[in-house]
Design a protein around this ligand. Structure first.
Ligand code: ZN
Ligand code: ZN
Length: 385
């Protein structure tokens, strides 16, 4: 008896892109080990993939957490999920930006930290950052056919399902690299807070404030003047909120003041004095719950590392009609809005100065040490050139 012929699954067509010289990626092998230079002589792009030459990447707090072993991470991986770069190759069927337009070789772009399938129940519900088949740049183990997975590299292989946003040539790379994490997360947090207060943020790319600003009349407290908190405070102030940003670090408060923000020490934040509290540090959750007034909202966005549980006065939340909400990462629309903000109203602020040092890729270990140091700037940059 003859066996039935079984046709093997149709292989996904790949577009081979040889790289001469080879792309260099700095692979992280585990806690306490130096990064290892990995040479990738070519990539195989799937139908809607894109290959980007990195212009600059910035080191986010979660990269530091990975290196310090404070979060679980598979090895080997390529760190880095805050980058700006230029498309140098596209898969056979091309790729589209978040605005729906075909991307072209030569486009300057930023991209999402997440790769989402777009088909699962969570993607269908708009929770693309929690896709059932999620992959994340800077966090995923290197695998066959996907080696260039992070921004600590000369190139990044963007897979189909990545939100890609074209960005203007005129903006400095140091202002754009953080868009893919800090800026987009800040936008998502403020946007959530506005919704919880019954408001909607205005067009991020508008160069002039809207006639009626979304957070007009709102007392807003932002806990933490790291890059997420600082950016969220600027967005909230641009939307008309009366914003106070709190941070224990005097140098961070001084930097926030350069953005026109009122920056105070944590002990100077009034209890029950805010309509909207954004907790962007992960260290002030209890204080955030104490700071919110009756009917207000607390958005938690900084708690992205393991920490002790926070005692919660449920009665105060109930009697105070308080809403507590969590925000993690962001959607494609929020990334687009964040990039639009940087290119629009955000360009008048000294965001590029948040990158206090830019080191060559080969010095990535030193860059990580600086980013983890007590006196670290908000961001340390890496550039392959
Ligand atoms: Zn999905
Ligand atoms: Zn990040």
């Amino acid at each position: 008896m003859r066996a039935a012929l079984v046709r093997p699954a149709e292989p996904v067509p790949r577009h081979d892109v040889p790289l001469r010289p080879a792309a260099i990626a700095m692979a992280w092998l585990g806690v306490g080990l130096p990064l290892e230079e990995l040479a990738v002589p070519g990539v195989a792009l799937g139908p809607h993939d894109a290959l980007v030459a990195v212009e600059m990447s910035t080191i986010c707090g979660s990269d530091v957490h990975t290196v310090q072993g404070r979060r679980h991470a598979p090895a080997p991986l390529v760190l880095g999920h805050e980058s700006v770069g230029r498309i140098i190759a596209l898969g056979d069927e091309g790729a589209r930006g978040v605005d729906g337009a075909e991307l072209q070789v030569g486009d300057r772009v930023v991209w999402s930290v997440t790769v989402s399938c777009g088909r699962c129940d969570r993607c269908a519900a708009g929770l693309t950052q929690k896709c059932r088949a999620l992959a994340k740049y800077g966090h995923a183990r290197i695998e066959p056919r996907w080696e260039l997975t992070g921004g600590f590299a000369g190139h990044v292989h963007l897979r189909a399902g990545t939100a890609i946003v074209r960005v203007p040539e005129a903006l400095p790379a140091a202002a754009l690299a953080p868009v893919g994490c800090a800026t987009a997360t800040a936008w998502a947090a403020v946007s959530r807070g506005a919704v919880l207060r019954g408001r909607v943020l205005s067009d991020p790319a508008a160069t002039a404030p809207a006639p009626v600003r979304a957070l007009a009349g709102e007392r807003v407290v932002v806990m933490g003047a790291g890059l997420v908190g600082l950016t969220a405070a600027v967005i909230a102030a641009e939307e008309g909120g009366a914003v106070i940003v709190s941070d224990p670090d005097p140098s961070r408060r001084a930097f926030a003041a350069r953005f026109g923000l009122t920056a105070v020490a944590p002990e100077d934040v009034a209890e029950e004095g805010a309509d909207l509290v954004l907790e962007a540090s992960g260290h002030a959750v209890r204080a955030a719950l104490d700071a919110v007034d009756v009917g207000g909202a607390v958005v938690l966005v900084g708690s992205v590392f393991p920490a002790d549980p926070v005692p919660m006065d449920a009665e105060r939340i109930v009697r105070g009609l308080v809403t507590v909400s969590g925000v993690h990462n962001y959607t494609a629309a929020e990334l687009k809005a964040a990039a639009g903000f940087m290119a629009g109203r955000g360009r008048t602020y000294p965001f590029a100065d948040a990158v206090g040092a830019v080191l060559p890729l080969a010095a990535a270990d030193e860059a990580l040490r600086r980013a983890a140091g007590a006196e670290s700037p908000l961001r340390v940059g890496l550039t392959p050139r």
